[in-house]
Design a protein around this ligand. Sequence first.
Ligand code: NAG
Ligand code: NAG
Ligand code: NAG
Length: 413
Amino acid sequence: MTPAAASQASKSKLATSRWKVVFALLLLLCTFVFCYFTFVCSPYKRWRHFTLTPPQLSQRTRLMSRHGGPLNGSFYMPANMHRGPPPLDYKFDMNGSDVVVFLHMQKTSGTVFGRHLVHHMDLDEPCQCTEGTKRCRCLRPQTTNKHWLFSRFSTGWKCGLHADWTELSTCVDDVMNTKVEGSIASRRYFYVTILREPMSRLISEFRHVRRGATWNKSRHMCNGRYPTADELPPCYKTDVWEDVTLDAFLACESNLAFNRQTRMLADLRLVGCYDRDAMTTDERDGVMLASAKHNLDNLAFFGLAEQQELTQFLFQQTFKLRFTVVFAQADSSKSANTPVTHAQSERIRSRNVLDVELYRHAERVFAARVAAMTAQFPAEYERFVKEVNGESEMEFPDGGSFAKMSHRTKSGH
Ligand SMILES: *[C@@H]1O[C@H](CO)[C@@H](O)[C@H](O)[C@H]1NC(C)=O
Ligand SMILES: *[C@@H]1O[C@H](CO)[C@@H](O)[C@H](O)[C@H]1NC(C)=O
Ligand SMILES: *[C@@H]1O[C@H](CO)[C@@H](O)[C@H](O)[C@H]1NC(C)=O
């Protein structure tokens, strides 16, 4: 090699290594910026693994359709959410880090259940409720700011009005650390909800909307943003949808009442949130239903509006917490009063096929969980039946009347 060539070579080597340094610096800068935006700016820093590496949608839906159901590992669950019903001998750790999170879906008798949680729990230190306000402070014993219940009537709608699974799972822990307790703690979250037979639930929602309910403060937050007006076109231009007819109610494509329970239990990030163009309708429905079933199976507890007493028994035995009242079966006559033609009824069914299927699934799982519980705790079950039938001593602050186990009324359509 001539000296000239050698110098040329070393020059180009120098140039290459200079470029390498520049490249490395650039890479470092990019990493830094990326990390900054993901970890510092993200409102969901604690769930960053959700947004960083979502599997490809096509791959996910392929996996699901091939197996006719959800594959393990294709769904995200927050790390500190307890999955599925706790072991039969589990006892709610009021002094420790356990938190009940109530996912309250509209018109499922959730308000009544929410009130039971704050007013009628048999605790050494009951929730502190002030006359005239709806909310109570449900604190761990001997603490001044440690909460064991995340719900409308305790912490309030801290993750938005009627927050759904998608919103709660990305928000609760963050909000507990910041707005609710104001200090970071490690907790175990036990998600609970109530489902209702979808036909009567829809009629009930229709009646509520007719009376002027809007829930227009609901955020529908998904993947860190609100849906656009294109994604979620409003069903009405006025402030409220008062006096809407059932036909008009059923005619609005974007009516959130349709399949509400499926949508509110599904992880909407799997279907591109409210963007209906992210996949075909069939795909969207399939993934949403599979996700809702999966999340339902993984709830620590869920009840059925039509099965108030068994719902109470299952809750009590799941957490080893007792209520001081018997859950009364809600009067279903109001829904039944709304005249519905055969054609309308078919419309309601076709608009809610996912919820119909989800509810069928829920009934099966509920029955299995109750069966497991009665088999494990036969004496408790017997005592509970006696309490419900008013045959044993129990304090009922409400003094209300309770439906008998044997005369359970099915909610009408
Ligand atoms: C998912 O996991 C559960 C238990 O972890 C198992 O029973 C079930 O068969 C799994 N499902 C699939 C599709 O692999
Ligand atoms: C919780 O703590 C209180 C006292 O602070 C105690 O009386 C009670 O037994 C504890 N409960 C459990 C389940 O450890
Ligand atoms: C939201 O709904 C309430 C009634 O529930 C109504 O008074 C209000 O005008 C509505 N706001 C908007 C922006 O539509």
